[in-house]
Design a protein around this ligand. Structure first.
Ligand code: 15L
Length: 277
């Protein structure tokens, strides 16, 4: 059984992935936050992506790395710089020094978020980041390309939409990524024998997708879910648009805001609305 390191494993995507991949791989989980409850086949090693020595230590001896660690939304530059840019460098460099060939990187729909919603893009589309966060994901894609070409690493770039049990609003009907489709795509990234450097979109088989995901299909990806089955319910709850920059572009509010709340973050006590997860 392969041993897979998941960085940022305490986060939302990491938590879904752990559940879905249980029993298929031995999972080494790493995060700056503690993970106390471990399932069978899981081990935990605390690590800060911003510290090169931590990344060297946590990645030793694994077969592949799924790098989810870092800041998950738009936020302050010093935070993005340390966790997403320096952090991304640290994990690629640790992989190279430890002789780990295969690395999967959670890039994002926000690497291309300034494409308009009436445009269809694919894995060859030029990046159009919508935020400092999006820029950090483009940096990760460029770094992965360098490590593939220069050091022969096998690099799998997933431009992830929104991982959630259900799509949460109109924009997410286009970019929803169900947990089981996430697991399928990640397994392709880990096990496909022919990966050199690939970019794929991390979305389910959504009718309203803005992406031509034929590169993922070529590698065997067959999504089982489609956000359309939730469309009536989601659209009925949708509030009229007020931010036209957000409304026109694929990245939504990342295109207009200086900080974006994490849609998966727990709602604080006393605040209106329900916890999303
Ligand atoms: C992302 O890249 C974020 O990590 C996630 O929290 C969501 O905001 C998602 O994009 C999205 O666009 O919904």
């Amino acid at each position: 059984m392969k041993t897979i390191l998941i960085t940022g494993a305490a986060g939302d995507v990491g938590t879904h992935l752990r559940n879905e991949l249980a029993g298929r791989y031995a999972l080494r989980l790493s995060d700056i936050r503690p993970i106390k409850k471990l399932a069978q086949g899981e081990t935990f090693m605390r690590g800060d992506v911003g510290r090169a020595s931590d990344m060297l230590r946590v990645s030793k001896g694994v077969d592949a790395i799924v790098h989810l660690g870092g800041f998950a939304v738009e936020g302050p530059w010093d935070m993005i710089l340390r966790t997403n840019i320096v952090g991304c460098y640290n994990i690629f460099e640790a992989a190279r020094l430890n002789g780990i060939k295969r690395i999967l990187f959670a890039t994002s729909n926000h690497a291309t978020g300034f494409y308009r919603r009436d445009q269809k893009i694919d894995h060859r589309s030029y990046p159009k980041p919508d935020s400092r966060y999006g820029v950090s994901k483009v940096f990760g894609e460029a770094l992965g390309s360098l490590y593939a070409d220069k050091y022969g690493m096998q690099v799998f770039m997933m431009r992830i939409g929104n991982v959630n049990p259900k799509p949460i609003d109109k924009r997410r009907l286009s970019i929803w990524f169900s947990p089981r489709d996430l697991a399928q795509l990640v397994s392709i990234g880990i096990d496909h024998p022919g990966i050199k450097f690939e970019i794929v979109y991390g979305i389910s088989g959504n009718t309203r997708a803005w992406y031509d995901n034929s590169n993922a299909a070529r590698l065997g990806y067959r999504p089982q879910d489609n956000a359309e089955m939730y469309a009536a319910e989601v659209l009925a709850a949708e509030k009229p648009a007020t931010d036209m920059v957000a409304e026109l572009h694929q990245g939504g509010v990342f295109c207009s805001a200086e900080a974006v709340p994490n849609p998966a973050a727990p709602v604080k006590a006393g605040k209106k609305g329900k916890k999303k997860k």
